[in-house]
Design a protein around this ligand. Structure first.
Ligand SMILES: [Zn+2]
Length: 266
């Protein structure tokens, strides 16, 4: 006998029940946008030169999708074309935040550079941020069936050790059963990534991580995303700008004589 159509031999898709979803575009308060570009402006005024810098996008615990503020951590090293970011710095910064705020991504500036995209170094920094942010933006996305080949069903108190050597997974129940479906929760997390420039341009991505709690099956992906600006009623005041100006002086460390290996890494 010949099979006319091999696709008919495909196994049916595993049962999946949707529980939630991850953001498809970035939501950002107008205040956060004003603040980000104000930092660019202040860097230029204070240091009389443009530097790359990075900060974190912040959200309220109860609405992780909306960027309500920009947090400026102590930058380790700011060059005209390079900025470093380490996981200790992220941790340190999260610890300094009020309890209701979480980091939901990062933002950095390419200053006056005409490079309006994410660089290779940015991609590396991105992994560091996603790993950190993922635990905080995590939510259940689906219950998904795990297909187990050679599942062995055993009854509590009614099997011997040798029965455990059979099959790939043993399910021990307190009553006789003949069939079982195993469903795992697939958790998903996201992390925003925004790059801006002195001229007012911005480009952004959303990074996603999904993981099956039992299978450990993990996928990481990213996509270019739009930003939808939201007016939360808060705007940058003169007082905010004065405080921000002090922060920029304190936290951004221009390095005018960088080691050459750092320059090459850009
Ligand atoms: Zn960059």
């Amino acid at each position: 006998m010949r099979f006319k159509d091999l696709s008919r031999l495909k196994r049916p898709e595993p049962l999946t029940i949707k529980l939630g979803s991850l953001p498809q575009h970035i939501l950002m308060a107008a205040y956060a946008r004003e603040k980000a570009f104000k930092i660019n402006e202040l860097v230029g005024v204070i240091f009389e030169e443009s530097f790359e810098w990075y900060g974190f996008t912040l959200a309220n615990n109860d609405h992780p999708e909306l960027i309500v503020d920009i947090g400026l951590p102590k930058n380790d090293l700011n060059l005209p074309d390079y900025t470093t970011l380490g996981s200790e710095r992220i941790d340190e910064f999260q610890e300094s935040l009020p309890e209701n705020l979480i980091i939901n991504g990062w933002i950095h500036s390419h200053g006056a550079l005409n490079y309006k995209h994410f660089s290779h170094t940015d991609e590396e920094n991105q992994h560091t941020v996603l790993d950190f942010v993922a635990t905080r933006t995590r939510k259940p996305l689906a219950k998904k069936e795990i297909r187990i080949q050679d599942l062995v069903l055993l009854e509590k108190g009614r099997f011997v050790e040798k029965d455990l050597s059979k099959g790939s997974v043993s399910l021990i129940t307190n009553g006789p059963i003949t069939e079982a479906k195993i469903m795992e929760t697939v958790y998903g997390s996201f992390c925003y990534s925004i790059v801006i420039g002195d001229e007012g341009w911005h480009e952004q991505e959303i990074h996603y991580k999904e993981r099956g709690i039992l299978s450990g099956h993990t996928t990481v992906r990213s996509k270019a995303a739009d930003i939808k600006f939201v007016d939360t009623g808060r705007h940058l005041t003169e007082l905010d700008i004065s405080i921000l100006s002090d922060e920029v002086k304190e936290k951004i460390k221009p390095h005018t004589d960088p080691p050459p290996e750092l320059i090459e890494r850009m």
